[in-house]
Design a protein around this ligand. Sequence first.
Ligand code: 5GP
Ligand code: MN
Length: 344
Amino acid sequence: MEALASFKREINSPKKIFITTHVKPDADALGSSLGLASYLLKKGHEVTVVTPTDYPSFLNWMKGNEDVLDFSNPTQTELATKKLNEADVIFCLDFSCLSRVNELGELIRKSSAYTVNIDHHQDPEDFADYRVWSTEAAATCELVYEMIVQLGDEKLLDKDIAECLYAGIMTDTGGFRHPNTTKNVHLVVAELLDLGADSSQIANWIYDSNSVNRLKFIGFAISRRLVVHEDLHMAYFAISKKDLKKYQSRTGDTEGLVNYALSLDGIKLAALFSEREDGVKISFRSSSEVAVNKFAADYFDGGGHKNASGGKSTTSLKETVERFESLVEKHQDELFRVAPATVD
Ligand code: 5GP
Ligand code: MN
């Protein structure tokens, strides 16, 4: 209660506020940041949103997008650092450990600003003064909505905020299909629709904005880069730097690809390995009974949610994939046994 009271004190008078989210922000990361930013602006604060990297252009419609600073863009790093150093309050959204924001992480750790972490991932690192955290929440956007209501500021919610928050909930539930699509998700979404969010329009902005190159890349990946191990209930894509270059891949172009592997009948564990400049980026997805966050944390320097997690590897694409295959084979029993109720 004391923590909530001091949080309320912090944001009840005009402050300089810095909001950030994880690398390669998705709709939940950016939607929660920009939804929160619009709300805090209406409350009379000075607000800056900084992302550690760029993000897909299918998120550019969100209100406040033009003012976002990209810390990895050399022309914006200095201003972003200045805003961080001047901040009274720092909000960290949709990530639970400071390593998820690259260099910004150490700057936040050293900052004397009052720090707030709003998140729904497992095992949060203890870096914040105040935490709005629940692994029961499907999305950080759901937590931001509830926080605004809990603060008694429901009247400040509007269509722009509702659109941002709706987008994050829609994508983090896989279009209301994942097992995290709870009754509460539907109740919150109903309120967001009431505020004017247009569900079909938002789905269109996010899911129906493919470039021809991206669609051809998806076709290529499915026909040439999909490996299926029916016996192991596992399927994966391994995408090389050359593949990405051939299809002029842009940020966000590989998003969602891993779901095609999981959509196969009988497949319970899916992975996407994409070779990048700094190593291999990995996405894991699983059916409800398989916990891929533990697998990602134990073997691939990663983490995330029970059925959607990620990690990285610094060995070659080929070596990473071979290691993955042998790990799945070796740990079949623990991976595919029905997880106990306590594992979230
Ligand atoms: P995606 O596959 O969409 O990149 O990531 C899915 C989820 O896995 C994210 O929401 C995030 O929670 C988690 N995740 C992805 N990459 C990493 C990583 O390198 N470290 C950690 N801790 N989590 C990750
Ligand atoms: Mn999220």
